[in-house]
Design a protein around this ligand. Structure first.
Ligand code: MN
Length: 242
């Protein structure tokens, strides 16, 4: 396995951000071609109300993902807090493999843990409580049983409300809790953690029980995109997607 492994996160694709959608579609048709694996670490969509929503840009995105998978790149996705309703239908259509909240992957001989990152923000207690509520199977079933139009209205209201809430919360509680990071690395027995969600791109050098560890935080796709590329010799580089 020599082909490189790519990581992206937090594209927040929506009809309101056509530039980011175009950037992502050209990434799938260009830069991502020939990569061995592409990992999407959640919040690919800014709002996702069910696999039956084929409004633009969902249709184009699904078609482009399908094409990349058919051309030989394995694509993996894990849920973000905005697109946790991505389901089996999406996976069937695109060939993308859906992972759980945490996944351990092989990075050319080294084990790495990937996650969206919201679970690490343990100081945001209200969010964590809401998360448990909406991730319950019964809640999701009930939400997906509503007519598409109702879900569209709900998504609009939710985005509006979430924008208001964000302004009210202080910045600290919306970051990963350092202790939760250490405990997670210890629990999974890995020294590499990759996630997004916080929109605070960085490479953090850590120490877990006397051993060095690294936490890679991916950037949100806003004015440009970011892709973290891992090569077959364990070397990595962060690229800007313009
Ligand atoms: Mn997120």
């Amino acid at each position: 396995m020599h082909a490189e492994t790519l990581f992206i996160s937090d594209l927040h694709l929506s009809a309101a951000r056509p530039k980011t959608t175009r950037r992502f579609l050209s990434f799938l048709k260009g830069r991502a071609l020939g990569a061995g694996r592409l990992y999407i670490l959640g919040d690919l969509f800014d709002a996702y109300i069910g696999d039956d929503d084929n409004a633009s840009p969902n249709r184009e995105i699904k078609t482009a993902l399908r094409r990349l998978v058919d051309l030989g790149t394995a694509v993996f996705f894990l849920h973000g807090n905005r697109d946790f309703l991505v389901g089996e239908g999406f996976c069937r259509e695109t060939g993308v493999c859906l992972l759980g909240d945490y996944a351990i992957i092989d990075l050319y001989g080294e084990s790495a843990l990937i996650t969206h990152g919201d679970l690490l923000c343990t100081d945001d207690i209200l969010y964590q409580e809401a998360r448990i509520r909406v991730r319950a199977d019964a809640w999701k079933r009930n939400a997906l049983a509503k007519p598409l139009l109702v879900r569209q209205w709900y998504a609009r209201w939710y985005r509006f409300k979430s924008g208001l809430d964000k302004g009210k919360k202080n910045r600290e509680i919306m970051d990963a809790n350092p202790q939760a990071v250490i405990e997670t690395l210890r629990e999974f027995g890995v020294s590499i953690l990759l996630h997004g969600h916080t929109h605070r791109p960085a490479v953090h050098e850590l120490n877990v029980d006397g051993k060095p560890a690294r936490r890679f935080v991916l950037a949100e796709w806003k004015d440009t995109g970011q892709v973290l590329c891992w090569g077959g010799k364990g070397e990595w580089v962060s690229e800007i997607i313009d």
